[in-house]
Design a protein around this ligand. Sequence first.
Ligand code: MG
Length: 300
Amino acid sequence: MNESSRILIVDDERHNIKVLTEHLREEYKIMAAKTGEQALNAVQGPKPPDLILLDIMMPGINGHEVCRKLKADNHSMHIPVIFVSALDASDDESHGFELGAVDYITKPFTPAIVKARVRTPIQLKQKSDLLERMASIDGLTEIPNRRNFDGMLERELRRAARNGSLLSLIVMDIDFFKKYNDYYGHAEGDDCLRRVAKALTGCMRRASDFAARYGGEEFAVILPETDRHGAMIVAEKMRLGVVQLNIGHAASDVADHVSLSLGVATVSGHQDSSPVDLVRAADASLYKAKETGRNRVFFG
Ligand SMILES: [Mg+2]
């Protein structure tokens, strides 16, 4: 269970990094940084550490300052920090805890102590990561849920505003889904939702595109740096993708198979739109798609 956990060792003395690495490398992936600056860069990478062993006395940014910066940043605040130091002053120790460290190891280390001190925060980190994943994924369709979508839309709107780029949103409904459930039963309804979710994610080509289950039979897709034309193409691809699943829907008024109505909205980062504005605009398009016959894409 521990083999994929990463520990970042930060120490200005090569020897200390070497000793700690020897104690820990059998159980963990080890990353090393020789300065506070390097440590702060390492946590911003695509694979941030699950625990940081942080030397206090370092030239440049010292360990306390590194910890303060880590705990002030959303991206790194959840990574547990253990201070490592030759300083054995209790003042220093309590200062470390005030800064948000979970523990304190004094040099010289013994392998048993280092391993024992590291184990618990790593296990807690794994559990909280798992809970975080579970809380952001829809249990039925296994794609991101509404909570996850809300956070992502906010982040992407901020990014669009920073970069002055475009952002598109598609919201969609399965046509006559209540009738589907009434006709085929809820087990079939659940299966239909799962297959539609899979078809939608199968239509996305870029890592930044983001599909979520928005509500009961509603889905939403965030397309960063995508103009109206590009969003219409993706939406039409999704509509066709669900048609091609060819899931029979004898109770539908619009087709003999399961179909989608989709509404598209696009904003420019310069417009200073809120998530509510963008969702409302896409919803208005969706309403038009339904009003004009369903099983279609509409851009309002
Ligand atoms: Mg040092």
